[in-house]
Design a protein around this ligand. Structure first.
Ligand code: PLP
Length: 449
């Protein structure tokens, strides 16, 4: 084909056609994947890796699950696409099944294309329903990479991406290992974190706060599991001041934490619940906002100002229906709880004993993090909590050592995250943990067994 007029052929460089997210383009280095099945993926040179982070935490059912592949194929043969303004059975069925996994108070689902836009819509709904401008969001949180979602994100990814005038006020959530409140027990951390939040609401003016958005278990910022009373306490504060609670369950939903939703672990019902990832393992992009009673009532006779061309996409809905069926039939939510309690948790506790750079291991279900320190007493992080870019050298070394041993966890800042697919076998899981332990001792020292 001839180049368009005016474009000399020598300037048509197609050697790097993809613009890479979160990367300097000149520095982006990728492993080129050739195929994947179950918990494994491989390249053309015969290297195989056990995926210990479910890609980006989305691959609950692993790669190429036959039930999902069949469901997407069958739906593609029936009807590939349909605007959201039309009624369609598979869309209703997906929404109904999703709601069935949630607390009874959730009434309906606004489908989106992923997690960030789900949060965008939840925030818009909260501001419209309350007529209030501000949102309280946690430090050490991630809510997505679009402007509104970045505006409530509380980690270094927002430093150069946060839009101006975001109307967000940030608070510290509980994180006992690095307590902002000088707490030494979970009870103290809980009580003091709630007191801090109450004071913040007071100083901001409760009548100016539309919503509190939080991850019921913080995901990509370190798998921070809240102490028992914290989420119920936040719910009470919301009720007291007429603030809506938005639970971002994009990472934690659909069984990741050993319950359908992490909020279920604390019997907390949010006003808006956002989801994506595990709803269909990401086979077709999908996210959504589940709308609780107060929000549903508000929009009963007022038009909602928002929508998306692909909202409730038939292929995505078909894959969600199939995925929820598999999660239920194979009891994978219960399995995640069991594997976390009996295999992953205890193995990581043993690993912490033998590798001195491990400061803390923590998690629930099949979401765990290993936090590395240069000194156990001072808890000095082994690598900084830094802006997007290359890993600190020791962490890059650790990641390379993991990959050499055939496992692929997520390595971020001073942490290793383990969020394996929910279909992982016990043998695969044990093998994976052993490989990570081996990589840690090879790079940082410690006892291998
Ligand atoms: N919220 C949480 C808690 C997430 O972990 C993520 C992604 O990792 C998002 C929102 C954004 O989702 P997406 O990348 O689908 O926009």
């Amino acid at each position: 084909m001839n180049p368009p007029t005016g474009v000399p052929s020598a300037s048509r460089d197609r050697s790097r056609p993809v613009f890479h997210p979160w990367s300097a383009q000149g520095a982006a280095r990728q492993v080129r994947v050739d195929g994947a099945a179950g918990c494994w993926f491989w390249d053309r040179d015969g290297n195989r890796w056990l995926d210990l982070h479910s890609q980006l935490g989305n691959l609950h059912l692993g790669h190429q699950h036959p039930v999902l592949v069949e469901a997407v194929g069958a739906q593609a043969a029936r009807l590939c696409t349909l605007a959201p303004s039309y009624g369609y059975e598979v869309r209703d069925e997906a929404a109904r099944l999703i709601l069935d996994t949630m607390p009874d108070a959730m009434r309906s689902v606004l489908f989106t294309n992923g997690g960030a836009d789900a949060n965008e819509h939840a925030l818009r709904m909260a501001r419209l329903v309350t007529g209030r401008p501000k949102v309280l969001a946690a430090h050490r949180s991630y809510h997505g990479a679009t402007d509104g979602a970045m505006a409530v994100t509380g980690d270094p990814r927002r430093w150069s991406a946060e839009p101006p005038g975001s109307r967000t006020v940030r608070f510290f959530g509980p994180y006992l290992y690095r307590s902002e409140f000088h707490a030494t027990t979970a009870e103290e951390e809980c009580e003091r974190a709630l007191r801090h939040l109450r004071r913040l609401i007071g100083y901001e003016g409760p009548e100016t706060v539309a919503a509190i958005i939080l991850e019921p278990v913080v995901g990509s910022n370190g798998v921070l599991v809240p102490p028992p009373g914290y989420l119920p306490g936040v719910r009470e504060l919301c009720d007291e001041f007429g603030i809506l609670l938005i639970a971002d369950e994009v990472m934690t939903g659909f069984g990741r934490c050993g319950a359908w939703f992490a909020g279920d672990l604390h019997d907390v019902v949010p006003d808006l619940l956002t989801f994506a990832k595990g709803v269909n393992s990401g086979y077709v992009p999908m996210g959504g906002v589940a709308v609780g009673e107060r929000v549903a009532a508000y929009f009963e006779d007022r038009p909602y100002p928002g929508g998306l061309t692909y909202s409730g996409h038939p292929l995505a809905c078909a894959s969600a229906v199939a995925s929820i069926g598999v999660l239920r039939d194979d009891k994978l939510v219960e399995r995640a709880e069991l594997l976390g309690r009996t295999v992953l948790g205890p193995s990581l506790a043993r690993l912490a004993q033998r590798v001195p750079v491990v400061g803390e291991v923590r998690g629930v279900g099949l979401a765990w993090a290993i936090e590395l320190v240069s000194d156990r007493d001072s808890r000095e992080p082994l690598a900084p909590y830094a802006a997007p870019g290359p890993l600190a050298p020791p962490m890059a070394q650790l990641l390379a050592a993991c990959r050499e041993r055939g496992v692929w966890p997520l390595v971020a800042a001073n942490r290793v995250h383990l969020l394996p697919p929910l279909i992982i076998t016990e043998t695969e899981l044990e093998r994976g943990i052993e490989a990570v332990a081996d990589a840690l001792t090879a790079v940082f020292g410690g006892h291998r067994r």
